[in-house]
Design a protein around this ligand. Structure first.
Ligand SMILES: [Zn+2]
Length: 382
């Protein structure tokens, strides 16, 4: 991620003269671009290079180029609609015209007197943000007799989010166990199945009676059953989200896929109206309230893949037992699946983190202060 370090430089007349010439060069390009209605860098170069060289012979050509780039961007930003008068006394530096030495607290800059080295005032940010020093902006404040340089640092991502510090929990939903977590926690469905079974038995009996009072009782019973399911889902989701994890990984519940996956067929058959999507909804909003992240992963092969050696085989699973045909690893089948979900969730989380970060960096050059986002897009199936 990008950070900006603001450093004080000595108030030096060579830097001021360089900034004045830079400003003049940029102004020539601004006027030319406005008159000729172009912000195209090649056209601006062809149209102005000679006159800039003649009028400002001491400005190094690398700075003429950055002055032209700055002007081109300003012309583009105003869509050539108004004449621009450059006011600020600033210089844009890039990797050809500046180098920052954090250890010796010095910076080398291209100036009208050639390349010069300047000391910079100490700042705690020099030690805090180390990385690649990509760009810089020199700012001259003539009113207060001050010169600053804003150095942009590309701090490696790992300094912000350490992969091993992010705790990911894989959540597998099943029949015998409502959920199994990759940290070896099981939420058994025995009690739920018993209660659901009782309700189903009573409902069948009442339906068979067919009287009006039986119909009323049936309605009441269905409401009670729904509340029971909801309460169980509330308790489970609360338990899961309160665990010390940052990211919760679940299988993406695609309705078409659920129809063909045995696991979900069995859930519906054995648990009746039990809905894994309600539990998911509860986990989702409780995690959001707690500032945690939910990641959805592709459910393909999560029950067939060995969580130890990654070997995928239909025969790896016999009911509730997982035994790898390749490495012989044995484990509870749901636990094995939850561990696969954790691994997939972790890689998906970091993939989304890196894409959302690079997008943001491209949008905000030299502004600094970009924070991490935990608003991640959820996984979509192919
Ligand atoms: Zn294996």
């Amino acid at each position: 991620m990008f950070r900006t370090i603001k450093l004080k430089l000595p108030y030096d007349r060579i830097l001021i003269e360089t900034a004045k010439q830079f400003k003049e060069a940029a102004q020539i390009v601004l006027d030319y671009g406005f008159e000729n209605k172009t912000f195209n860098k090649n056209k601006l170069n062809k149209g102005t290079y000679r006159s800039v060289r003649e009028r400002i012979p001491t400005l190094p050509s690398a700075l003429i180029q950055t002055a032209r780039d700055t002007a081109s961007e300003a012309l583009k930003a105003t869509e050539l609609k108004k004449k621009i008068k450059r006011k600020s006394l600033t210089i844009r530096y890039d990797n050809r015209t500046f180098k920052f030495y954090p250890d010796s607290h010095t910076v080398s800059l291209t100036t009208v007197q050639g390349r010069l080295v300047y000391p910079v005032a100490h700042s705690p940010l020099i030690d805090k943000y180390k990385g690649e020093y990509t760009n810089a902006q020199l700012v001259i404040d003539e009113k207060r007799n001050r010169i600053f340089i804003m150095v942009q640092v590309n701090v490696p991502d790992k300094e912000v989010v350490k992969k091993e510090d992010v705790k990911v929990l894989g959540i597998d939903r099943g029949v015998k166990n409502i959920v199994v977590l990759s940290n070896n926690v099981f939420f058994n469905s025995k009690h739920v199945r018993e209660v659901k079974g009782r309700y189903q038995y009573l409902k069948r009996k009442l339906k068979h009676l067919g009287t009006r009072s039986a119909h009323r009782k049936l309605k009441k019973l269905s409401g009670r059953e729904r509340r029971f399911v909801r309460d169980v889902n509330h308790v489970i989701s609360k338990n899961i989200v309160s665990l010390p994890c940052d990211v919760f990984a679940l299988e993406a519940l695609n309705p078409a896929y659920m129809k063909q996956k045995d696991q979900y067929k069995a859930i519906r058959k054995m648990l009746g109206s039990w809905s894994p999507s309600e539990l998911q909804k509860f986990i989702e909003y409780k995690a959001k309230d707690a500032g945690k992240t939910i990641i959805y992963v592709n459910p393909k092969y999560t029950s067939q893949r060995c969580s130890k050696c990654c070997y995928v085989d239909k025969n790896n699973r016999y009911g509730s037992v997982f035994k790898c045909q390749n490495c012989g690893f044995e484990l509870n089948a749901d636990l094995n699946a939850s561990r696969n979900i954790e691994v997939l969730g972790r890689s998906e989380y970091f993939r989304l983190m890196s894409t959302s970060q690079s997008l943001r960096f491209n949008e905000s050059p030299l502004t600094g202060g970009v924070e991490n986002s935990n608003k991640l897009r959820s996984f979509s199936e192919e």
